[in-house]
Design a protein around this ligand. Structure first.
Ligand SMILES: [Fe+2]
Length: 193
């Protein structure tokens, strides 16, 4: 990377507004833990499904702002270094997610950085220098029932990426516009809009 390109990338990163969104924890007793947070925080189960043959995931939220504020998977093992799968932070645009992907892909202390989509988000997942899982994402205009995991192509334009997501996920059962989903959730949570 040229000096100018590096300066540009640092400037772009400094302009990003990176905000906390959610965490995903690996637990042993999924139903008990989900019930605990529903009772303690007044949250509700937004979605539940299989992550693989041996693991489920439950998504919990108490706000229309986020599909889930916490995800719980019954994938914890005694050999895990940590019970945290990842922490997730929202940015404002696909361009910012692309920038983070490029930056993390070149970072010498970052072990992996992969583009992932959940239909409702365009994300990059990476591990920080101590191996903590991090997701940086931006919302899409689409709500898709979770869990859904796919890929997006960083070489496409932002419009092409959104069109590809709409084609792949827009007609799955339960999909709707994000605005419609948030309005529905706001009513459930008694939010005044
Ligand atoms: Fe996430």
């Amino acid at each position: 990377m040229t000096h100018v390109a590096l300066r540009l990338r640092v400037w772009w990163t400094e302009q990003m507004n990176v905000r906390w969104s959610h965490c995903v924890l690996k637990v042993r007793e999924l139903d008990k833990m989900a019930q605990f947070y529903c009772d303690a925080f007044g949250w509700q189960v937004a979605d539940r499904g299989a992550l693989g043959p041996d693991a489920d995931i439950v998504f919990l939220s108490g706000s229309s702002s986020d599909h889930h504020q916490m995800g719980l998977t019954n994938s914890r093992t005694d050999s895990d270094d940590t019970n945290v799968d990842h922490n997730a932070f929202r940015v404002d645009s696909i361009a910012e997610v692309k920038s983070m992907l490029a930056q993390m892909s070149e970072h010498p202390d970052v072990r992996y950085a992969v583009p992932v989509t959940h239909g409702n988000a365009v994300s990059v997942y990476f591990a920080d220098p101590e191996g903590n899982g991090i997701e940086i994402f931006c919302d899409t205009p689409l709500h898709v029932p979770q869990p859904v995991i796919g890929k997006w192509d960083p070489s496409l334009s932002d419009d092409e990426i959104l069109a590809a997501l709409d084609e792949e996920f827009g007609s799955v059962e339960g999909a709707m516009s994000m605005d419609a989903y948030r309005a529905k959730q706001a009513e459930i949570f008694g939010e005044v809009l």
